[in-house]
Design a binder for this molecule. Structure first.
Ligand SMILES: [Zn+2]
Ligand SMILES: [Zn+2]
Length: 353
């Protein structure tokens, strides 16, 4: 592929800057992917759109943004083993060194090498017509799923699936999800598919509540309040939920998730930043509760998730409320930062419908 393409960069002052750059050539073990969809993540907004907050794993290196990409292989570099021209692929969004312990477990998110680079943060990401990918970072996108489905698996749904796998979900469980942004909505969607008994949400944004109701994702959605844990107990025979997730990243939301869980309950914290206050003895020690931290997922669990989505006939793209062409990426990021939306996607070709 010859020529130039436009790429979107985030200078860190709530704007998007476009630059013309050469279309990259794949080296050994690499492919060139034609981007079809790249969704915007809460972490993009928190750490690199409004300002550049992070260092190391969260440090933005002034590369093409976009860490939730999905597309089609259009050019093969030498030494490719599995994927080929025409392959539909999800990009696991962190390229690890491949040889540290965490990479060998498939958790490139936790790669401890200085070679670790996240697409859209330390190496060019999906907010451009083409992107250069290492073959080892790709997950096959089956024909049953759209590229917009796949983009959400690249980060958000993968992250949710990891947390769910850690705490386990079955028909024995009532579930509370605090915060119904895209990650919280995805949590409800997957817990429902796994057969959870009753699903509860806590959210204040009317558009997000409406989206959850439209998709039939929750039995009841509460407005955030200090009384939320008591309300959840009242809705569950006085016991509380078996499983609670925090996707609100709010201090009070986390405390609610912990307190609304029943005895022996499990709580997963997914929302990032901030803090939490709780009283260890009455809140977790005496009631025998466990709190799990969960950060992104492994590439093998991402492959499992893709397989399950097909079996469940479940489409993550149902959470996408807004699609923009690349030229309007500034509007896309602004909307996601404002929060009056479900998932926001920058789309190309057939995905821009
Ligand atoms: Zn993300
Ligand atoms: Zn590594």
């Amino acid at each position: 592929m010859e020529g130039t393409m436009k790429g979107a960069y985030l200078p860190g002052n709530s704007t998007v800057v476009f630059k013309d750059v050469a279309i990259p050539r794949p080296g050994h073990g690499q492919v060139l992917v034609k981007t079809k969809c790249c969704t915007i993540c809460g972490s993009d907004i928190r750490a690199i759109y409004r300002e550049h907050t992070g260092k190391g794993a969260e440090g933005y290196q002034n590369v093409i943004a976009g860490h939730e990409p999905c597309g089609q292989v259009v050019e093969e570099g030498p030494g490719i083993r599995r994927f080929k021209k025409g392959s539909r692929v999800i990009v696991y969004h962190i390229s690890g060194c491949g040889v540290c312990h965490d990479c060998r477990m498939g958790y490139m998110i936790s790669c401890s090498s200085p070679l670790r680079a996240a697409y859209g943060w330390q190496r060019d990401g999906g907010m451009a017509e083409y992107m250069l990918c290492d073959e080892k970072d790709l997950v096959e996108l089956p024909p049953e799923l759209s590229y917009t489905d796949g983009a959400q698996v690249a980060c958000g749904f993968g992250t949710v699936y990891e947390a769910i796998t850690k705490v386990g979900i079955s028909g024995n469980d009532d579930v509370l999800v605090v915060g119904l942004g895209p990650v919280g909505l995805a949590t409800l969607m997957l817990c429902k598919a796994l057969g959870a008994r009753k699903l509860f949400g806590i959210e204040s944004n009317p558009l997000r509540i409406e989206l959850a109701n439209k998709l039939g994702l929750a039995d009841k959605i509460l407005k955030p309040a200090d009384s939320n844990a008591d309300e959840i107990k009242a809705l569950t025979g006085g016991r509380g939920v078996e499983r609670a997730f925090d996707a609100s990243a709010s201090d009070k939301g986390r405390a609610t998730a912990i307190r609304a869980a029943r005895q022996w309950g499990k709580i997963a914290l997914v929302g990032e930043g901030g803090t939490v206050n709780f009283n260890p003895s009455p809140d977790i020690i005496h009631p025998q509760k466990s709190i799990y931290g969960s950060w992104v997922t492994s590439i093998w669990l991402m492959e499992n998730l893709v397989e399950e989505l097909v079996r469940w006939n479940l489409h993550p793209d149902a959470l996408v409320t807004h699609r923009f062409p690349l030229e309007k990426a500034d509007e896309a990021y602004k909307l996601m930062a404002d929060g009056n939306c479900g998932k926001v996607a920058v789309c190309f070709d057939e995905e821009l419908k």
